[in-house]
Ligand binder design. Sequence first.
Ligand code: GLN
Length: 546
Amino acid sequence: MTKFIVVTGGVISGLGKGILIASIGKLLSSKYKCAAVKCDGYLNVDPGTMNPVEHGEVFVLDDGTECDMDFGHYERFMSVSAKGDWNLTMGKIYKSILEKERKGDYLGKTVQLIPHVTDEIKSRFYKIADQEKCDVLLIEIGGTVGDMENMLYLEAVRQLAGEKGRDNVMFVHLSYVPIPKGVNEQKSKPTQLSVKTLNEIGIWPDVIAARCEDYLTEKIKKKIALFCNVDENCVFTAIDVPSVYLIPGELDKQGVREIISKKLGLELPLDGIPNWNKLAKKMVEVKNCKVNNKINIGICGKYTSLGDSYASVVEALHHCSANLDVEVCIKMIDTESIEKNPNTIQNEISNLNGIIVPGGFGNRGWEGKIEVIKYARENKVPFLGICLGLQSAVVEYARNKCNLIDANSTEMNPSTKNNVIILMDAQKKIVDKGGTMRLGSYEAKLKEGSIVSELYSSNFSFERHRHRFEVNPNIHEILIKNGLVLSGLSENGLLVEYIELPKIIHPYFVATQSHPELKSKLEEPAPLFFGLVKSAKELKELKKFI
Ligand code: GLN
């Protein structure tokens, strides 16, 4: 029988519910099969059409679902391959209720928020538990307790506890304990008030995790336990840490594995997570300059105003940092500003040891990306292009090495004559914007002896995709003739998935139509990122001796 752990958030948003769920999942997953559900209150069916600067990166799953970036944390920590059904949105719930109503499924009945919407939500939980046959289903209620948009989810989990029994459902409330300047004392009142709001809804948390810059004092733990009706040993600190990868280890130190196992009647997973903890510590050590290597990697795109827009790219670089013993300093570089002032390129990127042009959409900053890639290619700066990054690298190569001076992508200029990047055939009839790109995991065949096949240690790869455009098949031969290696093609051999320059021409010039950052893990960094950081590190070391 599946056990349920529900995480709610109080006081303020942004306390890290997603990381808390992922960390609890990490601690349990050595023994138990876990799955995680995220409940979002918004009315979009999925976040695929939202601007990353507003909502953070759109995360793509193997099955092609575009979902909330918290799924990145779930997958990175719990080593699961999440499914689209695990991301509930109010848009999805209402859509299915309205479809059922029109079909006549509720004939004769008034369709209401309770029980119809709450039943729909619970049925989704039960379906996932059933399909995944998981021992533990972790449920994250988005937003903050008291928000109107998440009320129905809270009502649904209240009912869930009644249906499954309190021994099988555990509520964890993530709250905030501030230490106001001048007062210099941990304050419990915001936590008391948010638990009171939760109680009014009929939910009594079993565990309180309090985000705080210091460990909670015994005094404050006692106070929270008393006012919030929890055992004293069930109050713990969600401590501020320099890296989120330290959190599972932090929770473990505070006995969270024991608390959860006891509450849910689960046998304690005995094994800790020693290798994970070692790498997490290494990530912080390299940041604190305990090792001498430091490299600058530029992420050159247009969504640079919000760090979360490129969350998985950033995480993939951190994974490499820990595994390669090198501090990776990430510089966000706005290619729109390079486009407007091309003579700033030297200033902006000349101190970079590696350059990434990540995925993206539309015209803004496009010419800037091409300038950056030209610089990387000509100055032999290690370069990794991702999705739009591959497309801009092909345009740059066509313009500057294949003598197609006006080469472009039809996404940027629909009437371009030398259209080296074109809309895929399968996309031509599509009108709807949501969930209609080439999405999800696809196989690619890798050229023997290529840099990419070496990095994947294989002749094929499975990576996730999210795009509408492709390299024009008519230009493949021209690119090859002029020295570009098409080092990976789709399974049917038609679509360019990887390009590279031979090592004798450039130390690391690699691009892919896929998004390898989405599958990168602390204990298993994405191969192409690993290749970039390794090459940047080696070149920097070499320069010391020149
Ligand atoms: N805009 C490009 C396309 O649709 C690239 C997409 C991306 O980088 N994810 O093909």
